[in-house]
Write a protein that binds this ligand. Structure first.
Ligand SMILES: *Cc1c(COP(=O)(O)O)cnc(C)c1O
Length: 425
């Protein structure tokens, strides 16, 4: 791309013609070809296969087969779909289960990690982590009588890259576990999972990696990095649909030593014996609580096929090309208009979205959505996030997103938008 780069639209069309993954876009519902969707890192597009699956689950499996469906594939769905996700995150069999939300699952893993390191009092995370993760940690500390302390590295003002020196310094022999988002939700910074996990283990502590912004966009090697616990959501790059259930990874080596803090019947060794006492399932099913959202779960199952077919390494390569192209265009077209890059410039330190910062970021994002048919999203105080989901985002989408952002600012169209924030930004 480097030698031939041109800022004209024709160059984007050329890149699309050369893109070996270009046809995967046809596997998604795209009703408005003029809509430039840049928010696959918040809610992935609808795969045609998921639409068909939901239709048949509702009309046939629910409508006709009814309760019998539990014995025809519903009951095993959390573990079966976990095995599909395992192929995307470098996990061997029996270590992933699909259930509940990320926040609920982080509660389970936090309590498990604190049980496994009961003599240690420190929990380490960073200020750029997703707030829900921080809230869950605070809630656990409160629930346990404030015997633990959360060390939050850095501050909100470290806008792009976290304070790595402080992170490494903070991990010590009183640390129970370290939990970080693999890719940061604002800047897209990508942590070095292998190095941080290794340092954590040297100090005898555990790690919990939150994969929400990396799973489905880049290769992850949970087993090879000897990660203890991980979790992630499935409605972002995995395209599972709004509120589709999250997943938990727990390393096999740890399975014998703890149970999940919510003892529900789905986590019991044999739910249909209706025993009066809880005995945990020896496998990942111990993390289940109660009945799972089967419609969402089966739409997720269908959504995973195109990603597995495309191959996670190929998706990563395209994602890097898309984001490098985005940055080149933005440097030449948007920087002169007052934007600055809010993401790492080096692709190997970045996930699959780009943040651009501008003092009028909120109103520019709104005008893009309301008037220019581009959908990015906005994160305080001034970040516009452009999600580049390699399975369906084209180079022409990138060109259009940058060009329409230029129009929003060059013509000051954003001045028509009020400053008050909507609930979901
Ligand atoms: C999206 C996201 C979540 C979402 O949590 P839910 O409880 O599933 O809504 C959590 N953590 C991170 C880092 C995220 O990006």
């Amino acid at each position: 791309m480097n030698q031939n780069f041109r800022a004209e639209r024709g160059y984007a069309l050329e890149l699309d013609r050369l893109d070996p993954l270009a046809t995967f876009r046809d596997l998604f519902v795209i009703e408005d070809p003029d809509l430039i969707y840049m928010d696959g890192n918040s809610l992935g597009r609808l795969p045609l296969a998921a639409l068909e699956r939901v239709n048949s689950v509702v009309s046939n499996e629910w409508g006709n087969v009814l309760i019998r469906s539990w014995n025809q594939g519903w009951w095993e769905a959390p573990a079966r779909i976990g095995e599909k996700i395992a192929t995307l995150v470098g996990a061997s069999t029996g270590q992933i289960i699909v259930c509940d939300s990320v926040s609920v699952n982080l509660f389970k893993l936090t309590m498990a990690a604190l049980t496994l390191r009961s003599k240690r009092s420190k929990i380490i995370t960073d200020s750029l982590n997703f707030p829900s993760d921080l809230y869950v940690l605070q809630g656990c500390v409160d629930l346990l009588g404030n015997k633990h302390a959360i060390t939050r590295i850095g501050s909100l003002d470290d806008d792009v890259t976290p304070d790595l020196d402080s992170l490494y310094d903070a991990i010590d022999e009183d640390t129970a576990f370290v939990t970080l988002s693999h890719v940061l939700f604002k800047s897209g910074y990508l942590y070095d999972m292998a190095a941080i996990t290794q340092k954590t283990h040297q100090m005898g502590a555990l790690v919990i990696w939150d994969l929400c912004h990396s799973v489905g966009a880049l290769p992850i090697e949970l087993d090879a990095c000897q990660v203890d616990f991980a979790l992630g959501c499935t409605y972002k790059y995995l395209n599972g649909g709004p509120g589709s259930p999250a997943f938990i990874y727990s390393n096999k080596n740890l399975h014998e030593n703890f149970s999940s803090p919510i003892w529900g019947w789905w986590g019991q060794r044999s739910p249909f014996s209706f025993d009066l006492d809880y005995v945990p399932n020896p496998g990942m099913q111990r993390f289940l609580t109660g009945s799972q959202p089967i419609l969402s779960m089966l739409s997720l199952e269908a959504a995973l096929d195109p990603l597995m077919q495309a191959g996670i390494q190929n998706l990563r390569e395209k994602s890097m090309q898309l984001s490098e192209y985005f940055i080149k265009l933005s440097d030449s077209i948007l920087t002169p208009l007052g934007f600055r890059l809010g993401s790492p410039r080096n692709s190997s330190l970045r996930g699959s979205h780009i943040s651009l910062r501008h003092p009028e970021g909120y109103r520019i994002n709104r005008v893009l959505i309301d008037k220019l048919n581009v959908i990015p999203d906005f994160r305080e105080p001034d970040n516009i996030r452009y999600g580049l989901a390699p399975i369906y985002t084209s180079f022409t989408d990138v060109w259009e997103a940058v060009e329409r952002t230029r129009q929003a600012v060059a013509n000051k169209i954003y001045e028509e938008i009020p400053q008050d924030r909507l609930i979901v930004t």
